[in-house]
Design a binder for this molecule. Sequence first.
Ligand code: C2O
Ligand code: CU
Length: 545
Amino acid sequence: MSRSVAHTHRVVQRDTTRRRVSRRGFLGLLGGAGAGIALAGCGLGGLVGQTAELLPSRAPLPKPFQVPLPIPPVKRPVRTDGDTDYYEIVQRVGRVEILPGLRTTILGYDGIFPGPTLVTTSGRRVVVKHRNELPVPVAVHLHGGHTPADSDGFPTDLVLPVSGWDPPRNAHSARMRGDVSRGEREYVYPMNQRAATLWYHDHRMDFTGPQVYRGLAGMHIVHDAEERALPLPDGDRDIPLMICDRSFEADGSFRYPALDRTLREVPGVIADYMEGVVGDVILVNGAPWPVCEVEAVRYRLRILNASNARRYGLTLKPADGPPASFVQIGSDGGLLERPIRHERIDVAPAERFDVIVDFSQYAPGTVLTLRNELGKGATTQVMRFVVTRRAKDDSTIPKRLSTIERLDPERAVVTRVWKFRRGTVPSRQAHSDGDTTRSGWTINGKPFDPDSAHASPRLGEIEIWRFVSDLHHPVHVHLDPFQVIKRGNREPGPYDAGWKDTVDVRPAEHVDVVVRFSDYRGPFVMHCHNLEHEDMAMMATFRTT
Ligand code: C2O
Ligand code: CU
């Protein structure tokens, strides 16, 4: 067995960039990577540790710490039977107050932002019927879901608006041949997976960035018996924190540099923002720099970075004294084996960190600020916690949380190399017959093509995937989580523990992960979760067999 495994181990590397890149292109890449490193190192240009460009608001920024932390409502099933819970979500336009005194038009699940939270149970099937009352096509992806291909929200499996939709007549849309439904679609989630903090969001090909930015994101929490048996904080001491940044126009609408504001034909953003859009207002659960009152007890915080492109370096600091620690108990794919204590947590887009904070060491009246050490000015702050009173606390953090099966890299049958680089992609201009090209983002030198698979992993086999970057790229793989085995040529980093589905690949770095796909055959995607990069073609299809 091990002999044949060793013999079948191939290194798949389909990189054409080196050969094809011109001298100018090569210097461009270098310049890009060099700039990224300079930014990460000394904060030149004001965006520390980011591959992105700041888009300033035209509305006056609100004063921080004026509004309470909202908790998105938990969605109730419309019906339930022996093994399935059925939900219905209507995607519609909403008008909400995010900045005090102004109205923001959002695209929302049930018309709210964030969308309602789904709380489900491992092993119980979930069916969510989505009805699209928005003016744009959508696709719904459950991020972190172990989901069959036809319910995974493949980027061309669109749900068209109930009100009708004339497809744009350009060469590009003619190539989009997905499983398209009109008005409604049922997504079926077997939920054969561990307890974990998932989220759902839009995944429409080419337009995910602006559609998520306008509000199409919500949390999905999975529980299981193993987790329920642990004495962790729960109930209202278990708080989801969806963190994202936005910019606003003077009238309160979201500001976003889309090339095509109707989100109809031309994807992508204006050239200055192609590295990614970061805003100057930090929202938690949709509110700017909110305040959360807590008792002097332990809390479980489920941190999700739902930003399009912003990375955060989170710390939690009282006005004086040392920073509080975050005791990490879970990652993207659920519980860790053992808790890990951090004073700072770096979170790339789409990553989740499930942490316990012990507020019992603080006297009532203490104010702690959740800070972003990678921000500047207003974006150095995220939210506040105010300790109100002492209270009884039965929770503890067990020394051992769970058991994680180690995927043995020695048993990998293949190593696949995925190079995330700036490159040339089709411009997808309206009404052009032949595609002209523009600068965008590629994987192994190629722009996203929904019809051609870059890899055909076999279900049940262990593979090593190597992600190689020019700049910051948070790499996300659908269907099954992976384990990080190497960062550069070293051990995994402090934020790489446990089952991950998104990994923060930093400039000019390579990260090796070990993955094993299971259960479902079909086409799935892997992509950069910087949503501007994703829309500008940094996505690839793999087909499990
Ligand atoms: Cu969170 Cu393919 O996405
Ligand atoms: Cu990227």
